[in-house]
Design a protein around this ligand. Structure first.
Ligand SMILES: [Zn+2]
Length: 62
């Protein structure tokens, strides 16, 4: 499971998402940036920033 917290990229935003695939997390994050933060064009550099902030989350913690 992959998770992304928007607050790690946009301070103060508490939106977050999770999905099985990194690509799906990126897709949702890009949608969110477009709709909520008015990023009409999401640049490749921003996709890299999203990817670098995606965390692996084990469902079965510990
Ligand atoms: Zn956000």
């Amino acid at each position: 499971m992959k998770t992304f917290e928007c607050g790690s990229l946009v301070p103060g935003c508490d939106w977050h998402t999770r999905a099985e695939e990194e690509a799906e997390v990126v897709r949702r994050a890009v949608d969110h940036l477009r709709v909520t933060h008015g990023e009409e064009v999401v640049r490749p550099a921003m996709v890299d920033q999203i990817k670098s902030r995606i965390r692996d989350k084990q469902m079965d913690a510990r």
